[in-house]
Design a protein. Structure first.
Lengths: 90, 452
C-alpha cells in the first residue's frame, strides 16, 4: 500500500529532512517525490511512500506528520493512494 | 509523477471547497424484530441495531483518516416502524421512537430514519397509529426522523393522508414550540419515496431491501461552484460538461469509501445517492451554483432552467462512476441548509411558489422551508397536495418538509443550528383550500401509470 504525503506552505530549510526523518524512523520507503518552490516562497511537495512494512499504525504515522506540520507551520496531509486512483481513473 | 495536479486538485476540493462524504447510512431491516408485545419488540430492535451497527462509527472514522476525506454524518435507516407497530396492538408508538433514539445515541450515530409509514392507497391501523404518534415522538427524541409516503405514480395520492399530515405538522410544531418548532425539521412527507434513500429526514430501509445495506450520500456543491466560477461567458453545454466531470470524481470517492466501509462491516454495499447536498457554510451552497450560471439571485427568472441543467449533469456524471446509483440523486434545495438560498429568501427573491416550480426539475421538494406559525393546517395540506401531484404526474420523488414556526411571523428567523441551519420565515399564499382538502378520498393515478 502506498501513502501520498503532500506538504504545502512557506519555504524554509529542513522540510524534506523532517518529513523523511519520520518516514525513515517508521520504516516507510520513499518511492517517488516531486518538489517545487513557487516564487521563491511557497513550498510544495508530493511524496509517495510505500507503507507496507511500517513499524507503527497508519494513524500513528498520520499523527506524527500532523505534529510536525504544526511544529514547522506547514500543511502536511497523509492519504492512501487509492482515493486518487479512484477519482481520476476509470 | 504523472498525477501531481490530480493530487493537488483533490486536496483543494477537500480543504477549500468542502468536498466531503455527506453521509454513510446503514440500512437495517427490523422485520425480524416484530413481536406482539411492544416491549419485547423494542428490546429486539435495540439489540439488533447495537449489534449490526456497532462498528459503523469507528470504521467510518478510520476510513476518514486513511483517505483524508471528511465523512460528515453516520446514520441508520430502519424498516418503517408502522410495520412493527401493527403487530403489537398498541395505539401509541412513542416507545419505538425512544428505543431508536437510545440506540442512535449509544452508537453515536447522528440520526436514525424510519419512524415511517407508507400509505399511498390507504391506511392500515398501524399506519394511522404511527402517524398519530409522530408529534409526541419527535418532541421527545433528538435523533429520530420520520417520513410518510402518501402518493405514488402507480397508486395515486391518498388525500386523507394529505389532510391528516397538515394537522400532524401543526401539532409537531406546537409540541416543539420552545425550539422554533424543530420537530418539523425531522418530518418529511413524500410522493414516490424510494426504499434506498440515505438522506434525512426521508431515509428508511424499504421492504424491498436486504437485511443490511450501506448506502452513501456524496456531496460537493462548493467544488462545482468553484469550477463554474472559472467559466465566465462560456456556453451552457460546456458548463454541463464540467459538472459531469466533477460529479464523476466526487462519486468515485463515494464509491471507494462506501465499498471499504461495507466490506469492513461485512454488510452489502447498497447505492450511491448522487445528490449535491448543501450545508449552511459559505462555499457549500447549491443556490450559489445556480447564481454562477449567470443569475443575480437564486429564485429569479432562469432559476428553474439552471437547476434542471445542474440536476441532469450531476446524474450523468455520477452514473458511470458508481456501481449502483439510487436514492434521490440530483440536487437538493433545502432553504435553511443553504447559505445562498437563505440570502435569496431573506431578500425576497426566492419564494415558495418559485420553489414549487423548482421541485419539478430537482431531487426532492419544498425542503426546510419555514412559514408563519399561524398558517392553517389546510394550507399546509394544500401545499403537500400540489407537491405530491408534481411527483405523481412526473414519475419522480417530491417531498414537503415545512416548518410552521410557532409564534413567528414573516420576516422573522428560525434557528435550528448545525446542519439544519437557520430559516427566514417565508410568505405563504393563504388563499383558502379547506373545502378541497376536507373532501378527502384519493387522487386517481395518472393515465401513464398504466404501463403493463
Amino acid at each position: 500500500m502506498k501513502a501520498i504525503i503532500t506538504v504545502l506552505g512557506r519555504d524554509k530549510p529542513g522540510i524534506i529532512f523532517h518529513v523523511s526523518e519520520i518516514l525513515y524512523k517508521v520504516n516507510a520507503n520513499i518511492v517517488d517525490l516531486d518538489q517545487t518552490v513557487l516564487e521563491d516562497k511557497f513550498f510544495s511537495m508530493i511524496l509517495v511512500a510505500d507503507i507496507d512494512e511500517i513499524n507503527c499504525d497508519y494513524n500513528d504515522l498520520k499523527d506524527k506528520m500532523d505534529q510536525l506540520g504544526k511544529k514547522i507551520n506547514l500543511q502536511i496531509k497523509v492519504q492512501q493512494e487509492d482515493i486518487f486512483n479512484a477519482m481520476y481513473s476509470v | 509523477m504523472a498525477y501531481n495536479n490530480n493530487i493537488l486538485e483533490t486536496i483543494d476540493m477537500i480543504e477549500k471547497e468542502n468536498l466531503d462524504i455527506r453521509t454513510l447510512t446503514l440500512g437495517i431491516s427490523l422485520l425480524d424484530c416484530i413481536d406482539s408485545n411492544i416491549d419485547r419488540s423494542c428490546d429486539k430492535v435495540y439489540n439488533k441495531l447495537t449489534t449490526v451497527a456497532k462498528n459503523l462509527v469507528p470504521e467510518a472514522d478510520r476510513i476518514e483518516t486513511e483517505f483524508g476525506i471528511p465523512i460528515v454524518n453516520k446514520r441508520l435507516a430502519v424498516t418503517p416502524i408502522s410495520i412493527l407497530g401493527s403487530a403489537t396492538g398498541e395505539k401509541n408508538y412513542l416507545k419505538f421512537a425512544k428505543v431508536l433514539d437510545k440506540a442512535a445515541e449509544d452508537l453515536n450515530v447522528d440520526f436514525v430514519g424510519g419512524f415511517s409509514a407508507i400509505v399511498p392507497k390507504g391506511f392500515s391501523p398501524g399506519d394511522l397509529n404511527l402517524i398519530n404518534s409522530i408529534p409526541e415522538s419527535l418532541a421527545n427524541t433528538n435523533r429520530v426522523m420520520s417520513s410518510i409516503n402518501l402518493g405514488t405514480t402507480k397508486a395515486g395520492i391518498n388525500m386523507d393522508a394529505v389532510r391528516l399530515m397538515g394537522d400532524i405538522i401543526k401539532k409537531t410544531a406546537y409540541l416543539t414550540k420552545d425550539n422554533d418548532s424543530i420537530g418539523c425539521t425531522k418530518l418529511v412527507v413524500f410522493c414516490n419515496a424510494v426504499d434506498d434513500n440515505p438522506f434525512m429526514a426521508g431515509a428508511f430501509q424499504g421492504i424491498t431491501q436486504p437485511d443490511t445495506t450501506l448506502s452513501v450520500g456524496v456531496s460537493g456543491p462548493g467544488v462545482v461552484q468553484e469550477a463554474l466560477k472559472k467559466m465566465q461567458g462560456e456556453p451552457i453545454q460546456d458548463l454541463a460538461e464540467e459538472i459531469k466531470r466533477i460529479a464523476f470524481k466526487i462519486t468515485r470517492a463515494g464509491q471507494l469509501i462506501g465499498t471499504r466501509v461495507a466490506n469492513r462491516l461485512n454488510v452489502n454495499f447498497g447505492i450511491i445517492d448522487l445528490s449535491l447536498a448543501p450545508t449552511p457554510d459559505i462555499g457549500d451552497s447549491v443556490g450559489r451554483i445556480l447564481e454562477e450560471f449567470g443569475l443575480e439571485h437564486t429564485g429569479g427568472p432562469g432559476t428553474t432552467a439552471c437547476l434542471a441543467i445542474l440536476n441532469d449533469a450531476v446524474k450523468k456524471g455520477g452514473l458511470m462512476a458508481a456501481k449502483s446509483v439510487g436514492g434521490l440523486s440530483g440536487a437538493f434545495i433545502p432553504v435553511s441548509e443553504d447559505e445562498g438560498m437563505i440570502e435569496a429568501a431573506s431578500l425576497g427573491h426566492l419564494t415558495i411558489d418559485k420553489l414549487e416550480a423548482m421541485t419539478a426539475v430537482c431531487s426532492v421538494g419544498i425542503d426546510m422551508v419555514a412559514i408563519p406559525g399561524d398558517t392553517e393546517a389546510s394550507i399546509i395540506s394544500g401545499l403537500i397536495a400540489d407537491e405530491a401531484a408534481i411527483g405523481m404526474v412526473n414519475s419522480k420523488t417530491t417531498a414537503v418538509r415545512i416548518i410552521p414556526v410557532y409564534g413567528k411571523h414573516e420576516g422573522d428567523y428560525a434557528e435550528f443550528g448545525g446542519l439544519l441551519g437557520r430559516a427566514p420565515i417565508m410568505r405563504i399564499n393563504n388563499s383558502d383550500c379547506k373545502m378541497f382538502i376536507n373532501r378527502g378520498g384519493f387522487i386517481p393515478a395518472p393515465v401513464h401509470s398504466f404501463k403493463n
